[in-house]
Design a binder for this molecule. Structure first.
Ligand SMILES: [Zn+2]
Ligand SMILES: [Zn+2]
Length: 365
C-alpha cells in the first residue's frame, strides 16, 4: 500500500536577501510536475559553494540573473524522503529514502543530450527546463524541495541522515575519478588539499584499489582525517618538498593520477610536477585568481588535465552503490549538526571552520 503524507500548504525556508544575508521565511510548499517528486528534507550539509553563493551569488543564477532578493533557497547536499510524486511518476514512490545529486540539466540542449548535464547550455533557465537545486532552482535549506526523478539515489537503511547528506560530495569525487579514466586499481594517486572533496577522493580512490593513496595537506587534523579515510601516506607540504617526496614514493616517476583539491595558489604547479609522464591531473577546486603553471612541463610530459564540475555522468549513483556496499565510511567528515532554525550558524561554522568543522549538517526536527 502506498504511503500517504500530510503535506502542509506552507513551509519554513531560508532564502537569500541581499549579498551576505540569509533569512528564514514561510513560503508555499511546491507542487511536483511531470518527472518530479516532492522531497521532505531530512538533513542537509553546508558546502563551500553555498558560502560563495551567500556572498557573491555565483555560481547560483535564476533565469540568467544573480539570485539575490528572489526568495531563492540555496543548499544542494541534502537527503530526505519522497512524500509526493508528480503526474505519471512510477520510478519513485512516497516513503522512498533518498539522497540527491544537484544537476538535472535541461534535457534539450546538445550537452544534456550527450549526457553532460552539468555543462548544460541552458544553465539557470528553469523556463527551458533546467534544474540544479540550490544553484538555479530552490534547494534544501527548507522543509521540502522538488527534485527531478533522475537526481535521486537510494539511501541504505544503515546510514544516518547526517552521513547520507555526504553522498553527493562522494559523487563529485567519483565523477573526478571517472573523468580521469576510471581504472585506478594498482595505480598511484596524490590528492592535494583535505577539504571535504579531497577527503572523498582519498576514500573512493582507496575503495577502488588505488595504491599508494597519498595525501598532501598542511593541517595536521586534516591529515589525520585523511588517514582515517584510507590515505596510505601523508605529506605536510610546508615541512617537506612534496614534489620530491612523491617522486621518491613512485620510483622517481611521479603519480599516475593527481588531484588539485585545494584551490590554493601554487598548488597546481606542484601537482603538475608530481604527475607521471602520460599521467592525469584532475582540477577539482575553484581558484579565485589566475594560476601560473608550467605548461611546458605538461606538454613535454604528455600530461592530461581535466576540469570537473559537480557530479556528472550519474556518478552519485555509483558513489551511493559503493556506500551501500560499505566500501568506505565517510562519517568522520561530518563534524557538526544544527537545527534548521540555526542554518545561518551552520553556514558560519563551515565558513570559519569553527571548532575544526569540516562538514556541518543541518538536521530537521
Ligand atoms: Zn557541494
Ligand atoms: Zn541542457
Amino acid at each position: 500500500m502506498a504511503n500517504t503524507y500530510d503535506i502542509p500548504e506552507t513551509m519554513k525556508a531560508w532564502v537569500l536577501g541581499d549579498p551576505h544575508e540569509m533569512k528564514m521565511i514561510e513560503k508555499p510548499v511546491p507542487e511536483p510536475g511531470p518527472a518530479e517528486v516532492l522531497v521532505k528534507i531530512g538533513a542537509i550539509a553546508v558546502c563551500h559553494t553555498d558560502i560563495e553563493v551567500l556572498h557573491h551569488g555565483m555560481p547560483a543564477m535564476v533565469e540568467g540573473e544573480l539570485p539575490f532578493n528572489k526568495d531563492f533557497t540555496m543548499g544542494h547536499e541534502y537527503m530526505g524522503t519522497v512524500v509526493k510524486t508528480g503526474p505519471d511518476v512510477d520510478e519513485w514512490a512516497p516513503g522512498d529514502r533518498i539522497a540527491v545529486e544537484v544537476h538535472a540539466g535541461c534535457g534539450r540542449c546538445p550537452k544534456c543530450r550527450e549526457g553532460m548535464y552539468t555543462s548544460c547550455h541552458n544553465y539557470s533557465y528553469r523556463s527551458k527546463g533546467h534544474r540544479a537545486n540550490g544553484f538555479t532552482t530552490d534547494g534544501g535549506f527548507a522543509e521540502y524541495a522538488i527534485n527531478n526523478i533522475n537526481t535521486l539515489v537510494p539511501v541504505p537503511d544503515y546510514m544516518s541522515d547526517e552521513v547520507a547528506t555526504l553522498t553527493v560530495t562522494a559523487g563529485t569525487a567519483m565523477y573526478g575519478l571517472d573523468v580521469l579514466g576510471g581504472i585506478i586499481a594498482g595505480q598511484s594517486i596524490v590528492v592535494a588539499g583535505a577539504g571535504p572533496i579531497g577527503l572523498m577522493f582519498i576514500a573512493i580512490a582507496k575503495a577502488l584499489g588505488a595504491a599508494p593513496v597519498i595525501m598532501s595537506e598542511p593541517r595536521e587534523d586534516r591529515r589525520d582525517m585523511a588517514k582515517n579515510l584510507g590515505a596510505d601516506i601523508l605529506i605536510d607540504p610546508l615541512a617537506e618538498d612534496v614534489v620530491e617526496k612523491v617522486r621518491g614514493l613512485t620510483n622517481g616517476k611521479g603519480a599516475d593520477f593527481t588531484v588539485e583539491a585545494s584551490g590554493a595558489p601554487g598548488v597546481l604547479n606542484q601537482v603538475i610536477h608530481m604527475t607521471n609522464r602520460g599521467g592525469r591531473v584532475c582540477l577539482a577546486a575553484f581558484t579565485n585568481d589566475l594560476v601560473p603553471t608550467d605548461i611546458a612541463y605538461v606538454v613535454s610530459n604528455n600530461i592530461y588535465m581535466f576540469g570537473i564540475r559537480g557530479e556528472g555522468n550519474s556518478a552519485v549513483k555509483r558513489a551511493a552503490s559503493l556506500l551501500k556496499q560499505k566500501r568506505f565510511d565517510p562519517s568522520p567528515i561530518h563534524t557538526h549538526t544544527f537545527p534548521l532554525e540555526e542554518a545561518d550558524t551552520a553556514m558560519s561554522y563551515a565558513e570559519n571552520q569553527t571548532d575544526g568543522a569540516i562538514k556541518v549538517v543541518v538536521k530537521m526536527s
